[in-house]
Design a protein around this ligand. Structure first.
Ligand code: 7TS
Length: 422
């Protein structure tokens, strides 16, 4: 049974129950396998999540029955493909409570969403001496595009510092806002620390000075309700593959008035209204930013992922994952030699830890032998590792399909690491 065929996974309020989770797990065929002779314990959800059957079915249904290019043909298959592609866009609009579906731009993922804004908005509106504010806990994809722009046109990157716990110093942020600030671009939930940043306050303080705010929601949107209007953001971006959808598709949402003022990011087919050798008139949003044949199957799969999440309920997902994270943090705190990195009061389902006695990659290898998948390394957030003066962490990142038994398996796996490395 799946979340979209009438099974609401139990009651529609409160955290998920163990029965709900057992039923949900049946929607994810990949979870049911042995790795190195042990049941797979998948705790690398911040890197990418697994895909439920309704998502896989929506993609295969498109290829089996409706495959055609979109927005081009009068023939039936093309109309079906276009309808499904646009149904996906409307599902995403609803999911993030955007005012209009023309503000939903399909991109490759968060990385492309950030690059699009840096390249299009940045090149048009920034000049030498202008400043962009980010946090000290950004993924590289919210650092490097601004640095490249900095080299090109001379903008300066300002970085909000954070405490040892992993909480932003909001006074420092306030003191950075000035007449040279052109954009604030911040991560909603840190992939390396789990910190959930106070984005509404960040937006409010920037807007008080007329400064727009971009939110990297890659790690928040799979785990909590995200409402762009309640948040007050101006741009928001996320990846399909981290929210139970396929790889290769993601979303940039932007306020229509900003998107309308921005030049195209890429050019070619689809993004034009008319072309002569003398002049090209651009298409309206969102098409202006969707040059070329898009990832049609990806958009359809992402639409199905959104419907799947809605059927379970983002509030229930958040409540369940919070409880699981607290349980894991408590269990990890009991182990001598394990240091949890990222202990902000408000944080999501990320358990990042460091052990003096063993390198993160060795820990990851031992855990893999036990069937446990975690990510080890700098998590594309090298400045965060530098902040704690460590080379890498082991990161267990949670989903609503994970269980307390799986956390217990992780703890047993760490006991095994201690047996080997002391
Ligand atoms: N922003 C954040 C906060 C992320 O966690 C990631 C990916 C990205 C942006 C980039 O997303 P992409 O889909 O465009 O690659 N983070 C991770 C991670 O933590 N482990 O693998 C990828």
């Amino acid at each position: 049974m799946t979340a979209t065929n009438g099974d609401p996974h139990g009651s529609s309020y409160g955290a998920l129950t163990a029965d709900d989770v057992a039923r949900i797990r049946m929607d994810f065929p990949v979870l049911d396998q042995l790795i190195n002779g042990k049941p797979l314990v998948y705790l690398d959800n911040a890197a990418t999540t697994q895909k439920p059957r309704p998502v896989i079915d929506a993609i295969s249904n498109y290829y089996l029955h409706n495959n055609a290019n979109v927005h081009r043909g009068v023939h039936t298959l093309s109309q079906r493909a276009t309808d499904d592609y646009e149904v996906g866009r409307e599902a995403i609009r609803r999911f993030i409570n955007a005012p209009d579906s023309s503000e939903i731009i399909y991109v490759r993922g968060t990385t492309e969403g950030l690059n699009l804004v840096a390249s299009s908005y940045g090149r048009k509106f920034f000049k030498a001496g202008d400043e962009v504010i980010i946090t000290g806990m950004e993924h590289h994809s919210n650092i490097v595009p601004w640095q490249i722009l900095g080299k090109e046109i001379g903008i300066r990157l300002r970085v909000i510092p954070f405490t040892d716990q992993g909480e932003l110093l909001m006074d420092e942020y306030e003191s950075m806002l000035n007449e040279r600030t052109r954009l604030v671009s911040v991560v909603h939930q840190s992939n390396a620390l789990g910190t959930i940043n106070p984005v509404s306050s960040i937006v409010e303080m920037a807007h008080a000075r007329g400064i727009p705010v971009m939110i990297d929601a890659a790690q928040s949107i799979p785990h909590m309700p995200v409402d762009v209007q309640a948040m007050g953001a101006d741009f928001l971006t996320f990846s399909g593959h981290k929210m139970y959808g396929p790889t290769g598709i993601g979303v940039l949402w932007g306020r229509a008035d900003l998107l309308n003022e921005m030049p195209p990011y890429q050019s070619g087919g689809e993004m034009i209204r008319s072309v002569t050798y003398e002049e090209t008139i651009y298409n309206v949003i969102p098409h202006k930013f969707e040059a070329g044949t898009p990832d049609i199957a990806g958009a359809i799969g992402l639409g199905a992922a959104v419907e799947y999440l809605e059927a379970i309920g983002m509030d229930r997902i958040a409540a369940y994952e919070q409880a699981l994270m607290r349980y894991g943090a408590e269990r990890l705190a009991e182990i001598e030699g394990v240091r949890l990195i990222g202990t902000a009061e408000n944080r999501g389902g990320v358990l990042s830890f460091y052990m003096e006695s063993a390198h993160a990659h060795d820990i990851g290898t031992i855990l893999d032998a036990e069937g446990i998948a975690v990510r080890t390394g700098h998590h594309c957030a090298q400045p965060v590792m530098a902040r704690y003066e460590i080379p890498a962490t082991v990161r267990a990142s949670l989903s609503f399909y994970n269980t307390t038994e799986e956390i217990d398996a992780l703890i047993k796996g760490i006991d095994r690491v201690i047996e080997v490395f002391g």
